[in-house]
Design a binder for this molecule. Sequence first.
Ligand code: ADP
Ligand code: ADP
Length: 212
Amino acid sequence: MNLIFLGPPGAGKGTTAVKISDFFQIPHISTGDLFRGHIKNQTELGRQVKSIMDQGELVPDEITIEMVRQRLREPDSTKGYILDGFPRTIHQAEALESFSRPTAVIDFELRDETIIRRLSGRRIAPSSGRVYHIDFNPPKVEGRCDVTGEELIQRPDDRPEAIQHRLKVYKKRTAPLIDFYRKKELLFPLNVEKPPSEVFEEVKKLVQNHSS
Ligand code: ADP
Ligand code: ADP
């Protein structure tokens, strides 16, 4: 069960991936989270990608592909994985074919105005990456993580200028993957303009039907 969650920023891929990962016991591999981990740990890679990410640009393919190739070598991904945020370009998708074959690609579909509402209200706990939303998934205590109590922050790339830019980048560089995977008969489009619990149930059903 090698899953790809495809869709624009803010579609709810990460939120859903956490639950699907828990349910099916397969790792959730988010390239955005991996890069943010490098930035937090001040690695050389983190230094290379920070300003690119803050501006809402894509990290160069070679760097990203190599990071994923290494991650998929780890033993936990032998029985499957959820790739969230990768591939994001045709070149990345072609490279992935050379070291791992996806079994299903779930395409998260939603309107631009919904994307903007989800991204502008997103808040994260910096140490764990836990994701909240000021209206749709608020923490119990305003501005604080439910689990650690740490102060929630807004990602630099969730500021309005960066959001607009990321949407453009998505349409130009990532949306062509929809056709790429449709032609391979791996694409499962899903309307995600519904509560997170319903999105989870639908993805779960889709995965169960597809892997039996
Ligand atoms: P979102 O969840 O909002 O879609 P991510 O956390 O997936 O955003 O990604 C944040 C940023 O990390 C991207 O805007 C980009 O700069 C970088 N990034 C993540 N995945 C990739 C990728 N596959 N290729 C290039 N850059 C990536
Ligand atoms: P992605 O990983 O695709 O960028 P996230 O999972 O981080 O998206 O979700 C973006 C924001 O939208 C978060 O603040 C999250 O709490 C919220 N969110 C996720 N799914 C839904 C949903 N089905 N309905 C409303 N808000 C949602």
